[in-house]
Design a protein around this ligand. Structure first.
Ligand code: NDP
Ligand code: MG
Length: 382
């Protein structure tokens, strides 16, 4: 029985992780969980899974839980709580499905405690990939990707030599506005942006998919996870999202991983790696029903956020931190109806242009640059 700490239990990936745990009751136990403030979703989870530890964002949420739970688990509050439950001695696997760069410190703690880590929280690798990977190497910990593209690449690379890889090809659905021209993007609303054609996901990543920043973050994530230079990371449009990503080798052999648009597959694989478990409760792909797959060239002109991500990744240092923090803040402002859809990319570009890069930043510098960038983007709104 593998004991799990789940960070981000009330979110989209978190809830699907709980579904995997429910489907495999003899394999996994929810030992600890973290969420922000959403007690309405959290309380039924706590009553059902009875985790021993819970970490929440603030003291009010902790107080509320203490008076509304029938059981008495240990409840921690503040950012340190997530780090604490990621290092508990009894825990085998930490699933990091929290949203945003708040996932950075718990990731570093989980690595130092040599936990197996199932990793969805891409913002953490974007903001501080060099620090995370250095610690992972030092402590001999592998980050097992949950993001479907990276789970696909990880499977295509199983048993392969990295020096025989010609390139990694990450597929992109195109998001909610893939059929719109740039001109048509001027008028789009939050509700329209939240309608992803293929995947059901949290609000922030759904907006990131519409701007193509999600693919940009995934390129940087792949750079770190698979030690791949940006020249060998390509993105292709594939509107069905059936091929989750591909690897091309030196001899032009192309390996692809195909699957349904359901995160439970990649989540379960990260939890059971290097083994596979039966998932007979779920339907697999029906290739005859699908019939055809389509591919199109990616365009940096149509999707400037993707170019910004390559630029930030190649620049290195604190530039990806700025890219990520500016994006997190701008997307939040868009979701709050404070700025237009196209202002998201303008604000990120402006934040990057105004930033004086620090090469090889330490954790303190990363945190400072992250906070400074969020302040800066807020000032653009006002
Ligand atoms: P959601 O917005 O649905 O969920 C985010 C989770 O993080 C919630 O449980 C939320 O708690 C928690 N959280 C946010 N801020 C804090 C905080 N300060 N302290 C503690 N907990 C916090 O996000 P998703 O599940 O969509 O995405 C999570 C991560 O996985 C992201 O990095 C995303 O890019 C990645 N990912 C998501 C996919 C998907 O299918 N959704 C696919 C691939 C990757 P609360 O509910 O209380 O706010
Ligand atoms: Mg993805």
């Amino acid at each position: 029985m593998q004991k799990i700490t789940l960070l981000g239990a009330t979110g989209s990936v978190g809830l699907q992780t709980l579904e995997v745990i429910r489907q495999q009751p003899h394999e996994f136990q929810l030992y600890a969980m973290a969420f922000g403030t959403n007690t309405e979703i959290a309380i039924p989870i706590i009553e059902e899974f009875k985790p021993k530890y819970i970490a929440v964002k603030d003291k009010e949420t902790k107080d509320y839980l203490q008076t509304h739970l029938s059981s008495q688990p240990n409840i921690l509050s503040g950012d340190e709580g997530m780090s604490e439950i990621s290092t508990l001695e009894n825990v085998d696997i930490v699933v990091n499905a929290v949203l945003g760069s708040v996932g950075l410190e718990p990731t570093l703690h989980a690595i130092r405690a040599q936990k197996k880590i199932a990793f969805a929280n891409k913002e953490t690798l974007v903001t501080a990939g060099h620090l995370v990977m250095k610690e992972a190497e030092k402590y001999g910990v592998e980050l097992l990707p949950v993001d479907s593209e990276h789970a696909a690449i990880h499977q295509c690379l199983k048993g392969e030599r990295l020096d025989e890889v010609k390139r990694i090809i990450i597929t992109a659905s195109g998001g909610s506005f893939r059929d719109k021209t740039r001109d048509e993007l001027r008028e789009v609303t939050v509700n329209q942006a939240l309608k992803h054609p293929n995947w059901s996901m949290g609000a922030k990543i759904t907006i990131d998919s519409a701007t193509m920043m999600n693919k940009g973050l995934e390129v940087i994530e792949a750079h770190w996870l698979f030690h791949m230079p940006y020249e060998q990371l390509d993105v292709i449009l594939h509107k069905e999202s059936i091929i989750h990503s591909m690897v091309e080798f030196k001899d032009h052999s192309l390996m692809a991983q195909l699957g349904t648009t359901d995160m439970k597959g990649p989540i379960q694989y990260a939890l059971t790696y290097p083994n596979r478990l039966d998932i007979s409760q779920e339907k697999g792909l029906n290739l005859v029903d699908i019939g055809k797959l389509h591919f199109d060239e990616m365009s940096f002109e149509r999707f400037p956020c993707l170019k910004m991500a390559y630029d930030a990744g190649r620049a290195g240092g604190t530039m990806p931190t700025v890219l990520n923090a500016a994006n997190e803040e701008a997307v939040q402002q868009f979701l709050n109806n404070k700025i237009s859809f196209l202002a998201i990319e303008d604000f990120i570009q402006k934040a990057m242009d105004e930033h004086t890069m620090v090469s090889k930043p330490d954790l303190t510098t990363i945190v400072e640059v992250d906070q400074e960038t969020r302040r800066r983007v807020k000032s653009y709104v006002n």
